[in-house]
Structure formats: C-alpha cells, structure tokens
Design a protein. Structure first.
Length: 169
C-alpha cells in the first residue's frame, strides 16, 4: 500500500442529535460566485459532525491520517480539531449501545488570510487508537472542534469545515 492512498470512503455526513456543527456556505469571489459548502463549528462550545463510511479493501492495516480541509474568518489564535473512530464491525457492533469516542487532537492556527483553505492532519496509529477499524469495516468518524477548551482553542469566530480525506499513513 502506498502511503497517502485514500482508504476511507465517506457515504454520509450527519450531525449528531445535539452539539452539532451547522451547514452553511461560503461565497466564492467569481461572478457568478461559487457556493462552497461548509460546516460551521462555533467558538466557545464543543460541536461535532459524524462521517459514516467504510474502510476500503485497499487499506492494509497501517496508520491513518485524517486530512481536515477548513477555513475561517479569523487569522489568529488556535483552533483545536479532534477526531475519533467508532468501528461498526459485521455482526459484532450494536449501534443502540453507547460508545465512548477516544479523540486524537490537533491544535493549529488558521490560514494567514481569512477565507483561505488550510489543510490540517490528525494522525492515528493502527489498532486501538482508531477503534481497531479494518478493511471492509463500516465506521463512524466523529470530528469535533473543542472550542470549550479555552486553553487550547483561542480562535475567535467559526471554524468552517469544507471536507475530510482519510488516507493510509
């Protein structure tokens, strides 16, 4: 498996029942302007977004990098992004049972110009760090901005998530 190959397919993006990011759009500068779809993660409160997908057969069992493509109106401070997997294995995971998400985090500054897209990466080692997801498994990837953590997240304004990419490390 070549490092950097996309191995996670996202089938659906769904906000959880509470504490979720809201859908919006960022207008482009072209005439007529594009509408870039984004999910708004507020400052001051932890908000989440769930990505339902499957690990492809191309996944060979190595580490995973979740690339977060995002922008903001802010150009200073820190944004704390977090990500966690929930494995939904064949005939083994009862989705009606509570799951405790074990987040990996990344503290990063926004782009130097408001509206520029920043590429940030959260890494996972294979195994328990990513809830032991293997090739062929369905999963939930939960993304969170932990803006309630005012020590690590100091960016004013919304973090605007464009999309994610899941690659083998």
């Amino acid at each position: 498996m070549a490092s950097g190959q996309v191995v996670g397919l996202i089938y659906q993006v769904v906000p959880p029942a509470t504490g979720y990011a809201t859908p919006s759009r960022r207008a482009g500068g072209t005439s007529p302007s594009e509408n870039f779809p984004v999910w708004l993660f507020d400052p001051g409160t932890a908000e989440h977004l769930d990505f339902y997908g499957q690990m492809t057969g191309a996944y060979s069992g190595g580490g995973i990098t979740v690339q977060i493509k995002w922008s903001a109106d802010a150009t200073s401070g820190n944004c704390e992004w977090q990500a966690a997997f929930r494995r939904v294995a064949d005939d083994a995971e009862d989705v009606d049972v509570s799951h405790s998400y074990d987040f990996n985090n990344l503290i990063v500054t926004p782009a130097s110009v408001a509206g520029e897209v920043k590429y940030s990466a959260i890494t996972f080692t294979n195994g328990a760090d990513m809830d032991s997801v293997v090739a062929g498994d369905m999963f939930v990837l939960r993304i969170r901005r932990d803006a309630a953590d005012t020590t690590n997240d100091t960016m004013n304004g919304d973090a605007q998530l464009h999309y994610i990419v899941i690659q083998e490390t």
